[in-house]
Design a protein around this ligand. Structure first.
Ligand SMILES: Cc1ncc(COP(=O)(O)O)c(C=O)c1O
Length: 401
């Protein structure tokens, strides 16, 4: 028998790897490339808004001026200085010694989990959670304990407090305070304060995923993240993917200084360096002072797309559906009456109307069905006319159901 004809059940895989199934996102990446599909499914930024000219100039400068641009390199101090300045705009005071550069936020989440979690230990998650984070947990076979994060009422802090009071000691709590994926919601200030208070009281680290925190749409900006309230128990994860471009694969974490060398050591075992060249491109772009204008443009365009989506939902969705109104991020979460199954609806939506969304089950913990009557819609990737048409089609599917 040749290697290529070995079926996966015969592969000598670790037990957790044997249980792996293709992710909903991988499946969807295939589906949305079919001609004629209107997709509100994935969290992709708008490609036409990438700062290609500024990036091309930055790349040319880096290649012309820096001999080491294509070499292995130690971590880039000036980029960490730029991150410190960006964090200050986000309301966080930190120093370069607390900033660690990563290959996107995803790697930040992965490395922190590897440092914090013993195999088989408990982690605390919200009951609607970014599917990519559950993938990070898979190799650890962690026990996943959940706390309710409701689209209307927010994070169930009473539930969280009683879990901790009952003696549960999770390795960490993973959360998003702004532009939640998939809910699109943000935590109120008093919830942030109470959550950080609980983390301190029970010495429970919080991994704060702020992949969308710099994309905010209301006057006065977003509230400060959890990291602004505590530098010891909150480990912050940020990214240039949504504000510049995901293909750069540059992100960062802000952690207590004593964690940094450990992060560096586990990262080295994984990919040695964050891509030296794209790091330098990002740095050169930031040094050219173009980020602020770019962010203003992005926020303006995404605000327009969000408003278009919300108006279209009012017009086309049947009674009984409700949805969130995000102030940050890229997603709106729609809830249908309990008992609806949006995985079944997705198949029908693709077949009859060629419209795509991500079904709630993709965000349920351990494949649980508590989110199955919800669906996630993205508003950053399509222009307003396509958003309008996609929602019109979605409305037709929902009314027929
Ligand atoms: C909530 C959340 N965290 C992290 C990531 C990973 O982002 P990055 O491209 O920076 O690795 C994503 C990507 O969509 C995300 O939605």
């Amino acid at each position: 028998m040749t290697a290529s004809s070995t079926s996966s059940s015969e592969l000598p895989l670790a037990s957790w790897a044997r249980r792996l199934a293709p992710s909903a996102i991988q499946d969807m990446l295939q589906i949305i490339t079919r001609p004629g599909v209107f997709s509100l499914a994935l969290g992709l930024p708008a490609a036409e808004l990438f700062p290609t000219e500024g990036m091309a100039e930055a790349a040319a400068r880096v290649l012309a001026e820096q001999v080491g641009a294509l070499q292995y390199s130690p971590t880039l101090e000036p980029l960490r200085e730029q991150v410190v300045a960006l964090m200050a705009k986000r309301g966080v005071r930190c120093s370069t010694s607390q900033v660690f550069l990563t290959t996107g936020a995803q790697q930040g989440l992965n490395l922190l989990t590897r440092l914090l979690l013993e195999p088989g230990q408990t982690v605390l998650l919200e009951d609607r959670v970014y599917s990519g984070f559950q993938q990070v947990l898979d190799p650890f076979q962690a026990r996943r304990l959940t706390v309710r994060r409701d689209a209307r009422t927010g994070l169930d802090l009473d539930g969280l407090a009683s879990l901790l009071a009952s003696g549960e000691r999770p390795a960490f709590f993973y959360t998003m305070s702004d532009g939640h994926n998939p809910l699109g919601t943000s935590l109120a200030m008093d919830a942030r304060e109470r959550l950080v208070g609980l983390a301190r009281e029970y010495r429970m680290p919080i991994i704060e995923d702020d992949a969308y925190g710099l994309l905010h749409y209301e006057e006065g900006g977003a509230l400060p993240p959890l990291r602004s309230l505590d530098a010891q128990w909150v480990y912050y994860v940020g990214s240039f993917s949504k504000i510049l471009a995901p293909a750069l694969r540059v992100g960062w974490v802000v952690v207590p200084e004593s964690l940094v060398f450990r992060l560096a050591t586990v990262k080295e075992s994984s990919d040695i360096d964050t891509a030296t060249f794209t790091q330098r491109m990002v740095l050169s772009f930031l040094q050219s002072g173009k980020l602020e204008a770019h962010l203003t443009r992005l926020r303006g365009e995404y605000r327009l797309r969000r408003d278009t989506l919300l108006r279209a939902l009012e017009t086309h969705l049947p009674a009984g559906a409700s949805w969130t109104k995000p102030t940050s991020g890229m997603f709106v979460w729609v809830e249908l009456p309990e008992g609806s199954d949006t995985t079944v609806l997705l198949a029908r939506a693709l077949e009859t109307q060629q419209v795509a969304f991500l079904p709630g089950q993709a965000f349920g913990v351990s494949g649980g069905r508590s989110a199955s009557h919800g669906l996630r819609l993205n508003f950053s990737n399509c222009d307003p006319a396509r958003i309008e048409e996609a929602v019109r089609r979605l409305g037709t599917v929902l009314r027929a159901a």
